[in-house]
Write a protein that binds this ligand. Structure first.
Ligand code: COA
Length: 419
């Protein structure tokens, strides 16, 4: 599909930082005070920032930006442990004066073409509104369990957790960015972003005074096992006084952890600040050890949200990068209206947990579309679940169950970063 009439694609560099911010601020309905606007310079991955600008005076002032997007350079952990090059789509905004003319659709095509050319097999995003990206083949690959924990959360005894050291400081990209990056690189759960660049780190550490809404500046907790950092959390507390006295709230913005003991130590600290009566924290997989160790799971007020929407950009590249829980051979008809190189029937031959994937003219054993492939890729949602929801079709009896078992992981995937 071609770029809509009156617009042209262009790359955006740092000199247009404020123009890009203007489009996103208008699209997302926020305002950044002039003095803080420089934050974009470090956050946006400029080599990967793109836009549609006005090319025809009937659309506005020629040369102004109408729509923008960028993508972070990630590697994502996939089942079996490999780290797959992944484009983290971000800062997507269409100025309201130009919406519903196909600009997003064209930016997505641009994003796919450029990501594929860079050798990225996956594209991941966190959706502002969940309906938007499904039409472009993004499937819901990880869920996010959020909790509201009371002061002194009750967890089963864990002596190893007690041995770990805690550091609490004001968060600083310069001082703590490398620690966060180092922990992320060791995370084993499928869906984790294991390699992140400085732009992403700057993005995680953003702490604009105008966004604090009365809360303190951003703090960081680092858990160490001896010298070794094993968990981190970015958090803010907000003081409040109720009729019964102190009623402050702690909000954990993001966190990462390498072990169950480190998570327990981290969350114990997050839930035991003086004057704070509750802690809001998300980023858990449904089977996170902390949830399994809660004494009062009902009292934790669990809520499940969508988190990572995943798009397979290169079918053989992505399917051969991960491992599988059982061996089988099957043919999959994949319907992909945006990426012709993916569209069609593929034979997947899994031996000793590793797949060979090649095109075939054979009849398909199962059919699914790109969105469903994205949903099952990390091994959380299963083909059997999607089949039960009539989103996957089985043509050869038994094939769906065999493939469903092969694709399923031992643990649920999760992506712990917001971007
Ligand atoms: C959401 C947004 C990017 C859409 O941009 P746009 O240029 O108007 O979208 P397009 O005209 O290319 O629409 C493409 C398709 O998506 C659909 N669509 C667009 N926005 C949608 C929304 N918010 N909810 C559901 N569907 C949506 C359109 O109906 C169209 O469907 P079709 O092709 O099947 O007819 C834009 O409205 C925006 O910037 N919104 C605020 C910021 C935001 O939500 N950004 C996304 C960040 S994750």
């Amino acid at each position: 599909m071609s770029t809509p009439d009156g617009y042209r694609r262009t790359s955006v560099d740092q000199t247009r930082s404020k123009e890009m911010l203007h489009v996103d601020a208008f699209a997302f309905a926020f305002t950044v005070p002039e003095k803080d606007q420089g934050f974009m310079d470090k956050v946006v991955p400029w080599r990967r920032a793109r836009a549609l600008e006005v090319a025809d005076a009937s659309r506005g002032t020629v040369g102004t930006l109408a729509a923008v997007h960028a993508s972070f350079e990630f590697h994502m952990r996939v089942p079996g442990g490999a780290e797959v090059p992944t484009a983290g789509l971000t800062w997507v905004g269409v100025h309201p004066g130009h919406r519903r003319r196909g600009l997003l659709r064209d930016m997505i095509n641009d994003h796919f073409e450029r990501s594929i050319a860079r050798g990225e097999h996956l594209s991941a995003l966190i959706a502002a509104e969940t309906e938007i990206y499904q039409r472009f083949g993004y499937g819901l690959a990880t869920h996010d369990v959020q909790m509201e924990l009371g002061r002194g959360v009750g967890l089963r005894d864990f002596p190893e957790a007690e041995q770990l050291h805690v550091e609490l400081e004001t968060a600083s990209m310069e001082r703590h960015g490398a620690i966060v990056s180092d922990i992320q690189s060791q995370m084993t759960r499928a869906g984790s972003f294991t390699r992140i660049t400085d732009n992403t780190l700057h993005d995680l550490f953003i702490d604009l005074e105008s966004d604090r809404d009365g809360a303190e500046e951003q703090r960081i907790a680092i858990i160490r096992d001896g010298e070794r950092p094993v968990a981190w959390a970015l958090f803010q507390r907000k003081q409040e006084w109720g009729s019964a006295g102190a009623d402050g709230k702690t909000r954990v913005r993001m966190w990462g952890s390498l072990t169950a003991a480190a998570t327990q130590r981290l969350m114990t600290v997050m839930c035991d600040f003086d004057l704070m009566t509750s802690t809001a924290v998300g980023g858990f997989a449904g089977d996170d050890p902390l949830i399994l160790r809660l004494k009062d799971v009902r009292g934790a007020k669990l809520a499940i949200k969508d988190k990572i929407w995943l798009r397979v950009l290169n079918v053989p590249g992505a399917l051969q990068a991960r491992t599988y829980s059982s061996d089988t051979t099957a043919t999959l008809a994949i319907a992909d209206t945006q990426i012709p190189d993916n569209d069609g029937t593929w034979r997947i031959t899994i031996t000793d947990g590793r797949a060979t994937v090649e095109r075939t003219d054979a009849a398909p054993d199962i059919s699914l579309n790109a969105q469903e492939l994205g949903a099952v890729y990390l091994g959380g949602t299963t083909l059997a679940q999607l089949h039960a929801a009539a989103l996957v079709t089985e043509h050869r009896p038994g094939a769906m169950r065999e493939l469903s078992r092969a694709f399923a992981g031992d643990t649920m995937p999760a992506g712990n970063l917001f971007f």
